[in-house]
Write a protein of this length. Structure first.
Length: 197
């Protein structure tokens, strides 16, 4: 838990040549350790949680919720595409949230693709409508990963599986900026210009 707090987050990467990246980072900081401790902190004690491509301390959730409330922000092409996808696929969103409400947690393969407009990209996500919707709903704080079966993520409604002690503070933009700068200083000793804003 100390390493996660000091770094602020551990990047998740599905690449597994020697071991998954977050496990290697922990090993490089701690030396020999039991990966079961990470599993316990993530899935049983829930002192850590998966958010997008990171493992973050649950106590930091108010910072992430500030960004979730604004997702997708900006007026460049990508946020506009995300907003269009979300608006065009309200039935898919409802389907996912209803299934999770009744049967969650569930893997992504448990959802029927009822998208009205398919997600298009030049990468591997093109046409993966359920996966993209889950990612976007996660970025908005509506759903989250609450477990894993092997490498497969199990999704559930975001607030249902959080511990009772999870902070629910609604932070101001200056407070979020202060916390992000402090986290960056703790983790790296420096703050980049984008992180300082």
């Amino acid at each position: 838990m100390t390493v996660a707090r000091r770094l602020g987050r551990l990047q998740l990467d599905p690449t597994n040549v020697v071991a998954r990246s977050h496990l290697l980072v922990l090993w490089s900081r701690l030396g020999s350790y039991d990966p079961e401790n990470l599993e316990r902190l993530l899935w049983r004690e829930r002192r850590l949680l998966e958010h997008r491509a990171f493992i973050v301390p649950t106590e930091e959730l108010p910072v992430y919720r500030w960004f979730m409330r604004r997702f997708p922000s900006g007026d460049s092409a990508w946020p506009r595409r995300v907003r269009t996808f979300l608006q065009s696929n309200a039935p898919l969103r409802r389907h996912i949230l209803t299934r999770l409400r009744h049967d969650g947690p569930l893997p992504s393969r448990a959802f029927e693709d009822v998208a009205d407009a398919s997600w298009r990209s030049r990468g591997w996500t093109s046409g993966r409508n359920v996966g993209q919707m889950l990612e976007f709903l996660s970025a908005r704080g509506e759903v989250r990963v609450t477990g894993r079966e092997g490498g497969e993520r199990l999704w559930d409604l975001a607030d249902r599986s959080l511990p009772r002690w999870t902070p629910h503070d609604r932070l101001s933009e200056p407070e979020v900026a202060r916390r992000v700068v402090e986290r960056s200083l703790r983790a790296h000793g420096v703050v980049s210009r984008p992180n300082a804003r």
